[in-house]
Design a protein around this ligand. Sequence first.
Ligand code: UT7
Length: 324
Amino acid sequence: MKHAALLGTGSYLPGKILSNNDLEKIVDTSDEWITSRTGISTRRIAGKGEENFHLASRAAEKALTMAGLAAGDIDLILVATLTPHMMMPSCACFVQAEIGADNAFAYDLNAACSGFLYGLDLADSYIARQPDMKILLIGSETLSAHINWQDRNTCILFGDGAGAVVLSGSDSRGVLSSKLFSDGRLWNLLYMDSPESLNPDIRQENWQGCYMQMSGRDVFKFAVRSMEDAVSKLLTKENLTIDDITLVIPHQANVRILNKLMERLAIPPDKVYVNVGQYGNTSAASIPIALDEVNRQESLQEGDKVLFCSFGGGFTWGALLMQW
Ligand code: UT7
């Protein structure tokens, strides 16, 4: 059976950089507090002409160039996002029009920060059925549009950006295995309301605007536990140990979460890719941006095993193994 393998990767980060010092002028915080609690120094913020589908399209074009394909060669566009600039049509349909992928069908999927991993798993299922399919999978977010800039608990954490991959079937490379999970009972630890409902009868009682709301400490603890559990279950399922893994590319939320994860799973730090310091948490975009950076460094060899893990609102979490 063929598996979804990378033909190309791309990423796009908006030009505007928001530093911790800039944030000190907006809310009661400090560079020292943010750096020591999160490891984040800067994040990118979308500006004029940089709506979600623009970021997604620029990343997609780079991935297509690397793959040596034209937009018209793509059969399916999947965009993992929780911040589409419209409720309808989907961000994926806007991307289709923007890049001219006239032969593709297109839709979004929302699994919060785990969206890209869920998307890889989904793409792999399509490819199992139709190995020649060319799939453009994008993780793209404009979280800056959904942040309460007076809330120091959240506004320091998030950033905007997009990462994309082009996938098609391969016998020797690609997605090998995955373990995905959700628990909707924990929704209220991390959520973002919809725009205020026009129907007052179904409007949320305590609606406070469509901003990110978060119980930071609970999310932190859950993130470490859930990713540890998903990675352990996946390794057990595949009869592998951490020694068999060349590189771990985790969801980039907080350096302290990643340090705890490495400690609990005894992963040497040089096996974990970390760029959260530069971009903050870009939700569904964080893994594909990191993956594009890794790919362009050309440090991985054929046959290497790359492990991805993520957690996010829902809760959603999981781990996925890819052969390079
Ligand atoms: O993709 C998933 C997205 N979410 C996450 O990954 C979030 C996971 N959680 C975290 O990363 C951490 O919980 C935070 C970085 C959000 C917070 O760190 P913490 O060590 O859990 O701090 P805390 O919330 O317990 O707050 C400690 C203190 C509080 O003051 P008091 O009550 O002790 O006086 C907060 O009010 O720090 C205060 N505080 C701040 N101080 C300066 C909270 N935010 C800030 C801030 N600057 N930005």
